[in-house]
Design a protein around this ligand. Sequence first.
Ligand code: GRF
Length: 208
Amino acid sequence: MLNVVVLVSGGGTNLQAIIDAVNDGTITNTRLTGVISNNQNAYALERAEMAGIPAFCVSPKNYDSRELFNEAFLNKIDELQPDLIVLAGFLVVIPKEMIEKYRNKIINIHPSLIPAFCGTGYYGLKVHEAALARGVKVVGATVHFVDEGTDTGPIILQKAVDVQNGDTPQVLQRRVMEEAEWKILPQAIDLIANGRVEVVNGKAVVAQ
Ligand code: GRF
């Protein structure tokens, strides 16, 4: 069994997709052992509670310095003993120490086809605004391992989504979530839980 901890900051629709996929057997060999948010008011925490998953808030607001927050955050993660940490709309910079300790055990979902529209400043609606401003015809989402850079880690899965005439950033964001994010994030967890992903020479190799 793969013990998975999910980190969230907001509404938690990706978390919900993971919970549903575990419940309906789309994700196998996996136990959701905890959900942690930096934001006390994140609806994602309620989703976790409704699903019977231990939910915690570790907020920078409750600590005098970033160092003390990072320490408390890492302690909470360690306590839950995850085999895999999933960033599902988590807006906090992951401490370097945590990346080293959990190398190739942290995955993130990004709402673009990396390397387009990624890196510093590209999060949430900004990604979709930039895609529409550039006039691209295909967008999508990427699941990747987290390394020291921003959206630079080994790519595990990507899925393309068509842009349609008249799309607004909000409409496009929703389509990317429905058609790509909510599918490839659960799929990546299932692949990892079944030993089908390994990192070789800095690239993720997925057994087909
Ligand atoms: C998603 O677009 C995800 O790609 C991201 O932040 C958003 C989170 O949405 N990086 P939700 O909290 O899962 O609903």
